[in-house]
Design a protein around this ligand. Structure first.
Ligand code: MTE
Length: 320
């Protein structure tokens, strides 16, 4: 986000034939264990990683899905921001082949009655997977429509019984410079961290995603587990999460630490608050046609009805 780059050429493209959603029904545990066994093997090149993908069993949540045209699987998986793998849009797809997303465990810490380290399977086991088609808006003024598969974040968090001191939830990405070449550069302070207020985290729209287009996430999209908060700029959607911590104080966030005048803690999509270096009034729909690709940006990314009450009485120009 420091550097605006044109879309790279044909790096690490995935054949459109791969995007056909397969509705193969396997249990979540079976699925995750299968991915685990395959992920334990030798490092694979980025495209071969597709072979470790599994189809997911899920039900579409219509209430929380837009009917806008989906962005193609190819665009969603090759036009990425994941600075751990480089800053160019094609870098995450090209450079994430050595990243091992299985086995995976997540630390639950801080102000909660239940804390500890949990395998991804144990974290997800009690929850049914949902598909939710969300509009996603990047702070760089481009957007996509993505069919995520995941579980409501609030339902997962509740199981750990946050105490009354839990006012915020802090998230951390894995730190593995051996597998994440971008972490060997100082473009951001590593590991990447993000946070939400507890009521934002508990909001029904907040999702912990494990897949998209019906399949497990590829590394470039934040395998095996990432945050999706559709009314906020994309940088809140922290990828490859290894720790979730309940805190009393507002936690630091990577982009706010890096450029506090440009990126606030809240990061709510707001067409009326420009980024200091560019307008936020409109956005470029990735994959849109030549004439229809620039569309007006909506308050809270179009989720105003659902989330505006979270910010009642707040000056949204000050708390950007
Ligand atoms: N998470 C980590 N760990 N590192 C990152 O660089 N980039 C963020 C967010 N999550 C980022 C991250 C930004 S700026 C965006 S727009 C989204 O991921 C992009 O998600 P996508 O590539 O899956 O569309």
């Amino acid at each position: 986000m420091l550097i605006k780059r044109p879309r790279p050429g044909d790096t690490a493209r995935i054949a459109p034939s791969e995007i056909t959603p397969e509705r193969v029904y396997v249990s979540r545990r079976e699925l995750l264990q299968g991915a685990l066994a395959l992920g334990a093997g030798a490092a694979a090149p980025a495209l071969a990683l597709g072979a470790t993908q599994r189809s997911l069993q899920f039900a579409r949540n219509g209430r929380y899905s837009t009917d806008e045209k989906l962005t193609s699987y190819e665009d969603i998986t090759t036009y990425n921001n994941f600075y751990e793998f480089g800053t160019a849009k094609g870098a995450p797809a090209a450079n994430s082949g050595r990243f091992k997303s299985m086995p995976w465990s997540i630390g639950i810490a801080g102000e909660a009655e239940v804390t500890g380290t949990f395998s991804l399977e144990d974290l997800l086991e009690p929850h049914a997977l949902e598909e939710r088609i969300y509009r996603m808006r990047c702070v760089e003024a481009w957007s996509m429509v993505i069919p995520w598969v995941g579980v409501p974040l609030g339902a997962v968090l509740k199981r750990f019984k946050p105490t009354s001191k839990a006012k915020y939830v802090a998230f951390k990405t894995v730190l593995r410079p051996d597998e994440m070449p971008g972490q060997r550069s100082r473009v951001l302070a590593w590991p990447y961290v993000e946070g939400l207020r507890i009521d934002e985290a508990m909001h029904p729209l907040s999702l912990l995603a494990v897949g998209l287009y019906g399949k497990t996430l590829l590394n470039q999209n934040g395998a095996p587990l990432r945050l999706v908060v559709p009314w906020k700029y994309g940088f809140k959607g922290i990828k490859s999460i290894v720790e979730i911590r309940f805190t009393e104080r507002q936690p630091p966030t990577s982009w706010n630490l890096s450029a506090p005048h440009e990126y606030g803690f809240y990061a709510n999509v707001n067409p009326n608050v420009d980024h200091p270096r560019w307008s936020q009034a409109r956005e470029r729909r990735i994959g849109g046609g030549l004439f229809d690709s620039r569309v007006p940006t909506l308050m809270f990314n179009g989720y105003e009805q659902e989330v505006a009450s979270l910010y009642a009485g707040m000056d949204l120009a000050k708390y950007y």
